[in-house]
Ligand binder design. Structure first.
Ligand code: NAD
Ligand code: AHE
Ligand code: ZN
Ligand code: ZN
Length: 370
């Protein structure tokens, strides 16, 4: 079939919206009509050329929601008409990782996914002249139609709006999951969140859900204050306005350091500040942000010797086929909020404007509706 997609033709170039060829689903695969997709900073990270796994031409996008149009041979858990959210962290329920309760990082298709291919090591997308186009994070939601492995699709209820629940495909789950699954924050905790964008605001929302007493937000952009307060931030710090050392200021503000800190910027200097503003003896710092190729984190080992813990999280530690339908229910039941964070709605032709808004710090989530 033919479909319309925004193609990342080369690193650092704007996406090009074009008609592309899409082959049908093979065994264990599913054809999905994408109804809506969010723009996450990770898409921009790969588009820009910062991603060591970046491969071009590719169809980016990993925060989508849509409808099953066709199932390949052997697919048993989904049928035509089902509503689904593609998962860049699949859940096969049988690999060594899925069987270990300590991780959500299913490895069943990770090798081919990282090469921009489906599990049989081929791509379903091509340009009209036959040039192959790579998949991205196993999702490629910047296309009106996409083919995804069955194990990388969460089946969700049919009354949930696509233009909101697409965000559960990454940002909402990552932020809330970092608090609940990875940090396992206790009632009464103090938390610091670095970066109040599409991920950090969901960390804030997660901290409030977990019953944190103090929720400090840190961002260079004062324009994020109002939204962060709406989601539960109790204190705001703009590092550019702090006189003296940022870490000392945060340690003082949190009465000796926070129980939990979160980096949602992808900046390795910020990651260091996040670790060092965690409480001596027990503070845990969770890295969510994705750093550019070549970037490395550093701190004095003494920071860890004296009891701070440095951890990371992918997709908020969520097991997508199990957890994502529950998070959709939380949204539909009013336990969590999504709507105010969808600040811009775009057409596919306007997708590059969405990245401009992200760069200018004007959007939280821009969502493309097909
Ligand atoms: P975003 O652009 O919406 O938000 C980033 C925020 O960080 C902005 O508000 C910006 O002003 C702020 N910021 C930038 N530099 C800062 C600094 N030095 N100090 C304080 N604040 C600063 O991006 P996003 O979509 O929220 O993504 C955030 C990060 O999380 C990205 O690195 C993204 O790739 C990563 N991410 C990781 C996962 C995961 O599973 N680990 C999932 C999604 C996104
Ligand atoms: N390809 C990059 C790393 C990118 C990365 O860390 N991706 C996160 C999800 S970000 C979603 O917005 C992730 O899940 N990583 C686990 C994995 O297996 O990819 C690099 O540095 O090579
Ligand atoms: Zn993402
Ligand atoms: Zn698995």
């Amino acid at each position: 079939m033919r479909t319309r997609a925004a193609v990342a033709v080369a690193a650092g170039q704007p996406l090009e919206v074009m008609e592309v060829n899409l082959d049908g689903p093979k065994a264990g695969e599913v054809l999905v009509e994408v109804k809506a997709t969010g723009l996450c900073h990770t898409d921009e990270f790969t588009r820009s050329g910062d991603d060591p796994e970046g491969i071009f031409p590719a169809i980016l996008g990993h925060e989508g929601a849509g409808i099953v149009i066709e199932v390949g041979e052997g697919v048993t858990s989904l049928e035509v008409g089902d509503h689904v959210i593609p998962l860049y962290t699949p859940e096969c329920r049988e690999c060594e990782y899925c069987l270990n309760p300590k991780t959500n990082l299913c490895q069943k298709v990770r090798a081919t996914q990282g090469q921009g291919l489906l599990p049989d090591a081929t791509t379903r997308f091509s340009m009209l002249d036959g040039t192959p186009i790579y998949h991205y994070m196993g999702c490629s939601t910047f296309s009106n139609h996409t083919v995804v492995p069955e194990i990388a699709l969460a089946k969700v209820r049919k009354d949930a709006p696509f233009d909101k629940i697409c965000y559960i495909g990454c940002g909402v789950t990552t932020g809330i999951g970092a608090v609940i699954n990875t940090a396992k924050v206790e009632i009464g905790s103090r938390g610091i969140v670095f970066g109040l964008g599409g991920i950090g605001l969901n960390v804030i929302q997660g901290l409030r859900l977990a019953g944190a007493d103090q929720i400090v937000g840190v961002d260079l952009n004062d324009g994020k204050i109002e939204m962060a307060r709406h989601f539960g931030m109790t204190d705001f710090v703009n590092p550019s306005k702090v006189e003296g050392d940022l870490v000392a200021h945060l340690v003082d503000l949190t009465g000796g350091g926070a129980d939990y800190t979160f980096d949602a910027t992808g900046n390795v200097q910020v990651m260091r500040a996040a670790l060092e503003s965690a409480h001596k003896g027990w503070g845990e710092s969770i890295i969510i942000g994705v750093a550019p190729a070549g970037a490395e984190i550093a701190t004095r080992p003494f920071q860890l010797v004296t009891g701070r813990v440095w951890r990371g999280t992918a997709f908020g530690g969520a097991r997508g086929r199990t957890d994502v339908p529950k998070i959709v229910d939380w949204y539909m039941d009013g336990k969590i909020e999504i709507d105010p964070m969808i600040t811009h709605k775009l057409t596919l032709d306007e997708i590059n404007h969405g990245f401009d808004l992200m760069h200018k710090g004007e959007s939280i989530r821009a969502v493309v509706e097909f």
